[in-house]
Design a binder for this molecule. Structure first.
Ligand code: UD1
Ligand code: MG
Length: 456
């Protein structure tokens, strides 16, 4: 949309959260709530976004990076004062400004777009996004005059008993004519119960100047939830989770039990993938088509190729290719790359390793700082001995090699292609291609010996 700007209010302390973490950085479905808000505003397509930061300013900037410009509100004197801090950036511009609170992560981009259109169609100077709440406690109430026109917003703490009965609430999202906004802001005072400069007072100021002030009522109250405390945070989490799960199901993903399935806002999942109960897909994860994830799997910032199964396992910051089977009870730690048609079985830990296609590590192994060539078979109980107490060292296993059960590969060490390591070996030296390495004590049988021990 042309000449459209956004101000995101994110400087408040968030006292009611009772937290060391700055309120708008509390995650909802794995992403800080203010980041949801910025992403939603971005998808509406505004020209500039200014985030008002105060408490934890540096951390907010770190999270949002180049997605926003910033204005610092040194003292939190109220939401009107917060918006005023954007004056040096937006004050001289002509156009429409949408103001959104950083603690309302559920307002959909579609709703913001509808609000903007409603505002423009009505040629209004200000339009409030409102909703009808079953329990309006805590929200600013929208007061209308006899003709139904919006006249004022009154905060919970300033409301009379009669005003408290009003169920239409201010969602904290507004559209303003940019010039009218900054002019009206200079007239807001702090003569109220909280001694704050309230942004909603701009509505009354403009209305009294006979400007057009309207309200767009969104039908879905749940969108407008403002997260002020941990209880509301859990409600926001629940609502957003349901929304994310529904989107994936409508796109062709089977979720056996949505109530126990947690998918981050930014994860992508291909069609015909089945998510079993107890599955968490976190961060920037991309799951392919025809996968089976779960039950009880956690995938964080990882890619999983088509047709791969991850059963009761954890995959962190790694890439897994197609038609691979992981688990049950495997742990793939960061910086691992797993090829296609690989099998990683129960109680296997892989760390910072590359496993080429068709590798098998079926049971009870630790593979750390290793490169395992194509089609190698790593027998049960194999350990890459990668740590000498000070440094980590690398293990390289050539393609088509066979590592017998219960082998120790003491790194740094290289096993050639097509090599064979006898079970129970402790390998400390290079094994050439095609060689059989046996590194264990020879078996000795002492015949007729046990009965002589006279143990009974
Ligand atoms: C605000 C509205 C209320 C509305 C509700 C919707 C005001 C006075 N009240 O109340 O009408 O129903 O949102 O959720 O605006 N902030 C700053 N600087 C400040 C104060 C706040 O940046 O000096 C930011 C906060 O970080 C937050 C947002 O503004 O993201 C709203 O502040 P908050 O204290 O949560 O206001 P509410 O009491 O929820
Ligand atoms: Mg709030």
């Amino acid at each position: 949309m042309s000449n459209t700007y956004a101000v995101i209010l994110a400087a408040g302390q968030g006292t009611r959260m009772k937290s060391k973490l700055y309120k708008v950085l509390h995650p909802v479905c794995g992403k800080p709530m203010v980041e949801h808000v910025v992403n939603h505003v971005q998808s509406v397509g505004v020209n500039r976004i200014v985030t008002i930061v105060g408490h934890g300013a540096e951390m907010v900037r770190e999270h949002l990076g180049d997605n926003s410009e910033y204005a610092l509100q040194e003292e939190q004197l109220g939401t009107a004062h917060a918006v005023e801090q954007a004056k040096s950036i937006l004050g001289d511009l002509q156009g429409t400004t949408i103001v959104v609170c950083g603690d309302t992560p559920l307002i959909r981009p579609e709703t913001m777009a509808a609000l903007l259109i409603y505002h423009q169609d009505n040629k209004a100077k200000a339009t409030i996004l409102t909703a009808v709440a079953e329990d309006p406690t805590g929200y600013g109430r929208v007061l209308r005059d006899a003709s139904g026109q919006v006249s004022q917003i009154v905060e919970q703490k300033d409301a009379t008993e009669e005003q408290k009965l009003v169920t239409e609430i201010n969602t904290g999202t507004y559209c303003f004519d940019n010039a009218a906004l900054f002019e009206a802001l200079s007239k807001v005072d702090n003569n109220n119960a909280q001694g704050e400069y309230y942004l909603p007072d701009v509505i009354e100021i403009l209305q009294k100047q006979n400007e057009i002030v309207t309200a767009y009522v969104t039908p879905d109250f749940t969108e407008t939830l403002g997260v002020n405390d941990r209880f509301a945070l859990s409600q926001a989490e629940l609502l957003m989770r349901a929304r994310i799960n529904e989107r994936h199901m409508r796109n062709g993903v089977t979720i056996i039990d949505p109530a126990s399935t947690y998918i981050s806002a930014d994860a992508t999942i291909g069609s015909d993938t089945i998510l079993q109960p107890g599955t968490m897909i976190e961060g920037q994860s991309a799951i392919g088509e025809d996968c089976i994830i779960g039950p009880n799997s956690q995938i964080v910032n990882s890619t999983i190729g088509d047709g791969t199964k991850v059963h009761s396992s954890v995959v962190l910051d790694s890439a897994v290719a197609e038609h691979t089977a992981i688990g049950p009870f495997a742990h793939i730690r960061p910086d691992s790359t797993i090829g296609s048609h690989v099998k990683i079985g129960n109680f296997v830990e892989v760390k910072k390793s590359k496993l080429e296609d068709d590798v098998k590590v079926s049971h009870l192994s630790y593979i750390g700082d290793a490169e395992i060539g194509e089609n190698a078979n790593i027998g049960c109980g194999t350990i890459t001995v990668n740590y000498d107490g000070k440094n980590k060292h690398k293990t390289v296993v050539g393609k088509n090699s066979f590592i017998g059960c219960n082998s120790n590969l003491v790194a740094p060490v290289e096993i050639g292609e097509g090599a064979f390591i006898a079970a129970g070996s402790t390998i400390t030296n290079e094994v050439p291609d095609d060689a059989l390495a046996i590194a264990r004590a020879r078996q000795e049988n002492k015949l007729n010996y046990v009965s002589k021990l006279n143990l009974k």
